[in-house]
Structure formats: structure tokens, C-alpha cells
Ligand binder design. Structure first.
Ligand code: PEP
Length: 249
């Protein structure tokens, strides 16, 4: 199975950057070794969709409203994203959990709304440095998964991907070790097994994200239980992302 590579541009690119990025990425991406999902800012989604029209590159959103429609000023609904051709959405990213105070209850509602509207959810979980230092990593991930996926039907998990993103590793240059990542993948799959089924725990895609770069991605993304990676900072460099997407084993 091909690895899954997800790029999160966050609030970084201007439309001209996005244009140049996608023109280059689409012309040089082989699509042989990896599936790629790129998540630009909401405003850049129509341009990104236009430029990836003839390519295997999929477009994701960085966020979505938990509400279907109505008086929610500034929000963007799952239905609106779907109408733009978006296929994936990041939910529960630590930027949202911490800076926008998103709770597991809200994340659960966002996942349900996104799934109902036909979007695939990339659900991010991970512990803080304080959790890690007090040996609460696995307890924290387990609680997030139990609450975020509560009430989902097993067949809906086919449209859910879990990204293990330790918060202390995001944007810090301090990536988790292979052992950390393998252990987290085990905890994630155990939670899916206990809450859903053994089959679901085997089938679900689990990603690692947190200070991935051209030097560390190979061991981290080929470790047991990991199906791909979520790239933040590195993904802004089109050559670096292309190199990884075209050469990952
Ligand atoms: C992220 O924001 O999800 C992320 C993984 O960022 P970075 O790769 O920069 O650590």
C-alpha cells in the first residue's frame, strides 16, 4: 500500500505562492510511491482544486464547522467544502485544540458533521510536553480517541485517519523517536480495537506528524503501524515535499 502524505500549509501562503507551488508540484509529482493530500487555507482551495484537476493530488481543508448551516459568522461548512471538491479535512489539530480551545466534544461533533457530508477526516491526537514528562502520553491519546470517535459507526471509520502528533514535536525541531511513534500507533490501534473491532484497528490509517524533515522521515514513516506522515513546516518547501512524495518507500 502507498504511504499517505498530508501537507498542512497553515496560515502561510499568499495566492501567488500557492499558484507557483501547485504548478510545480503537479508537474513533478509521480504519484507512484505516495498518495498526497495538500491542505491550503480556505481561500486558496478553489485555486488549488483548479490546478490539481488533472492530477492525483487531493485537496484537504485545515478546519470545518461543526454546524451544518445558519448564522455562524466566519465559519465554513462541510457542505461548502464538499461543493469545492475538497475530499479531506484536518480535525483536532493541536493549533485548534490549544489556540482555539477546541474540546474533544466539539471535535467529535465536527467529525460527525464532516463524515455526514462525505469528507474524510484526518483526526489529530497527541500529548503535551507536560503529559509526556508525567508519563501520561498513552492515557491522553486514549482519552482523545475515546471522546473524539464516540458514537461513530464502524463503517464510518473507513473515512477516518488518525494522525499522532505529539504537541511538543510540532514546529519545534524535536521529532518523536521511532519507539515513541511505534508505541503510540499501538495505543491508537488498541483503542480502535476496543471501541470498534479488530478489523477496524488493522485497517485504519495512522500517520505521524511533528518536525518531520528530509533526514528523519524515512525511519519514522516506515515504522510498525505507521501509514504515512503529516508535514507542517517542511510542506511549505515544494522541492522538499516533492522529493519525499516521489521517493518514499
Ligand atoms: C503540524 O502542524 O501538523 C506539523 C506536523 O508541523 P511541523 O511539521 O512543522 O512540526
Amino acid at each position: 500500500m502507498k504511504k499517505l502524505i498530508v501537507a498542512n500549509f497553515k496560515m502561510n501562503q499568499q495566492p501567488s505562492d500557492v499558484k507557483n507551488y501547485f504548478i510545480k508540484f503537479v508537474s513533478l509529482f509521480t504519484g507512484v510511491r505516495a498518495d498526497v493530500v495538500i491542505c491550503p487555507a480556505y481561500l486558496d482551495i478553489p485555486l488549488a482544486k483548479f490546478l490539481t484537476n488533472q492530477s492525483p493530488v487531493k485537496i484537504g481543508a485545515q478546519n470545518v464547522s461543526d454546524e451544518e448551516e445558519g448564522a455562524f459568522t466566519g465559519e465554513v461548512s462541510a457542505k461548502m467544502l464538499k461543493a469545492q471538491g475538497v475530499e479531506y479535512v484536518l480535525i483536532g489539530h493541536s493549533d485548534r485544540r490549544i489556540k482555539f480551545k477546541e474540546s474533544d466534544k466539539l471535535i467529535n461533533k465536527k467529525i460527525k458533521t464532516a463524515l455526514k457530508n462525505g469528507l474524510k477526516c484526518i483526526v489529530c491526537v497527541g500529548e503535551t510536553l507536560a503529559d509526556r514528562n508525567t508519563e501520561r502520553t498513552y492515557e491522553v491519546i486514549r482519552k482523545q480517541l475515546d471522546e473524539d470517535l464516540r458514537g461513530l459507526y464502524e463503517n464510518e471509520l473507513e473515512s477516518v485517519i488518525i494522525a499522532y502528533e505529539p504537541i511538543w514535536a510540532i514546529g519545534t525541531g524535536n521529532n518523536a523517536s521511532v519507539k515513541d511513534v511505534e508505541n503510540a500507533a499501538k495505543v491508537i490501534r488498541r483503542a480502535i480495537n476496543e471501541n470498534f473491532s479488530e478489523k477496524a484497528s488493522r485497517d485504519i490509517q495512522v500517520l505521524y506528524g511533528g518536525s518531520l524533515n528530509e533526514k528523519n522521515y524515512a525511519p519514522l514513516l516506515s515504522c510498525t503501524g505507521i501509514d504515512g506522515g503529516l508535514f507542517g513546516g517542511l510542506s511549505l518547501n515544494v522541492n522538499a515535499l516533492l522529493n519525499i512524495a516521489n521517493s518514499i518507500k
